[in-house]
Design a protein around this ligand. Structure first.
Ligand code: DUC
Ligand code: ZN
Ligand code: ZN
Length: 476
């Protein structure tokens, strides 16, 4: 190959994939990796990565951007600010949710979501579905057709009045996942228990943000996780439990795996870096900044989550970025008021900090191997949701989505972040690494400065989730 055939060579990289660590130059043409080797000829552009670790760009497979909300709530990040923040933190693919609201056609929700993304995204993106109204039309026609068209995963909720499905509906939807090879993501919390506890807390005047955690103790997650596993077993289809928060849910998943069930699991930074105390040790409203569901637990549970990340229990590590401003009438203070915890929009921002937090506190502090870091943040999310091998790895033929890491101390400050949210729950946490440079399909989107390319991020039509077991024709 003559030198001019590379648009870009990333030279002297210490490349880490989910399985290997090796020294190489990375030859890039047309946005793809076309050669890996030592001493590649010069490219039209060159970036020297000497002494630096180079990983695949992150795939954040659980984030919420510009998701339609019931008024007055409105998400702070759209596809512009959300993908900007992602790129600056080393994430090159996001998979947010096209959410069906009850009474709406699933197809209409998807079309609306494409309009929201149009012309805005700086990096590549795909959409999961949220199925909140599994009508006969949705089950028979819309969902199967959308899966065929590349929307090969969907989320279902066991809680939230506007989203939740009952067990019969969950079985119906899981049956479609089985029949059409889709990945079913389940938000596992017991809605009735939460409602019952919330009423008791309200009657006792316990409405400050910190009581959000009291209304959703671990047992409500444990019970729903167990039930979700049983429903998946009944239909004989794999499921993925999202945002697992601690020991009791982890135990259910370990039990299921030991019984040969295909149960995948996701966890998120809030279960490693926050505790219920961050929702407040008194009735201060600042705790609203950390109101998310399931809520953060305690230090012992953080350790359980770290262990699950290290030993393979968790399949993916996602942000569950759900961006609401703290000091805003469309955010954590609905209509400008400090409200009872049950009216606080659930969710916290985390797209930009996901990769640096796990790299520092996982890899550099010796809890995770570099290979496992890559697997959790990029390779497995790409495999789980049908984007691999185009995304999630550094290999010939893959998109040139690449992060070069700078291992130097820095501190998380919201003022330095690129989302549109007025706070970060991780303010003041010390890091020892941040991306020096992020490439999205061979283009520099971050090198200490953000390089906007609105609308250049491509929508990705996805394939069959490659973590799903192959079924023989007879067993379908
Ligand atoms: N919980 C969710 O289920 N989704 C968004 C944010 C949150 O806290
Ligand atoms: Zn959820
Ligand atoms: Zn979520």
């Amino acid at each position: 190959m003559s030198s001019s055939e590379f648009d870009l060579v990333v030279r002297n990289a210490r490349v880490a994939t989910a399985s290997d660590i090796f020294d190489a130059d990375i030859g890039i043409r047309g946005g793809r990796i076309v050669q890996l080797g030592l001493g590649l000829p010069a490219g039209k552009r060159e970036i020297d990565a000497a002494g630096r670790t180079v990983t695949p760009g992150g795939v954040d497979a659980h984030c919420h951007l510009d998701q339609p909300m019931e008024a007055p709530a409105k998400m702070a990040d759209d596809f512009d600010s959300g993908t900007r923040a992602a790129a600056c933190g080393g994430t090159t693919t996001v998979i947010p949710f096209a959410a069906q609201h009850k009474g709406q056609s699933l197809r209409a929700a998807v079309e609306d979501y494409h309009r929201r993304a149009e012309g805005k995204a700086h990096i590549d993106h795909a959409f999961h579905l949220i199925v909140s109204d599994p009508t006969p039309e949705v089950l028979t026609n819309e969902l199967p057709a959308l899966i065929q068209e590349g929307y090969t995963s969907f989320k279902i909720y066991m809680t939230y009045d506007d989203m939740k499905l009952d067990d019969g509906q969950i079985l119906d939807v899981l049956e479609i996942a089985r029949k059409h090879d889709a990945m079913a993501m389940i938000h596992a919390e017991n809605a009735d228990c939460i409602e019952w506890l919330t009423k008791r807390l309200e009657a006792a005047g316990r409405t400050a943000p910190r009581y959000h955690a009291h209304s959703r103790p671990m047992l409500v997650e444990r019970e729903a996780t167990h039930r979700a596993i049983a429903l998946g077993e009944l239909v004989d289809t794999p499921i993925l439990i999202v945002h697992v928060s601690g020991r009791e849910a982890v135990e259910q998943i370990r039990w299921a795996r030991a019984h040969g069930l295909h149960v995948f699991a996701e966890t998120c930074p809030q279960y490693l870096f926050l505790t219920a105390e961050d929702l407040g040790i008194d009735d201060s409203y600042h705790g609203a900044k950390c109101v998310c569901s399931p809520p953060p637990r305690n230090r012992e549970n953080q350790e359980v989550i770290w262990n699950g990340l290290a030993d393979g229990l968790f399949t993916v590590f996602s942000s569950d970025h759900a961006p609401f401003n703290f000091d805003a009438p469309e955010g954590k203070k609905p209509n400008g008021e400090e409200v009872a915890f049950k009216h606080i929009p659930n969710g916290i921002p985390g797209l930009e900090t996901r990769m640096p937090l796990l790299y520092t506190h996982g890899v550099l502090q010796g809890r995770l191997t570099l290979n496992r870091f890559v697997e959790l943040t990029a390779t497995n999310p790409a495999k789980t949701y049908g984007l691999h091998p185009r995304k999630g790895t550094i290999a010939v033929g893959a998109d040139a989505d690449i992060v070069i890491w700078d291992e130097k101390p820095c501190t998380i400050r919201n003022a330095d972040l690129h989302h549109a949210v007025d706070y970060t729950p991780y303010e003041g946490i010390e890091l020892q690494a941040w991306p020096a440079l992020t490439l999205s399909r061979g283009e520099v989107v971050w090198d200490g400065e953000f390089h906007p390319r609105p609308g250049q991020g491509e929508y990705l039509r996805r394939g069959r989730p490659s973590l799903l077991p192959i079924r023989s024709k007879e067993s379908t």
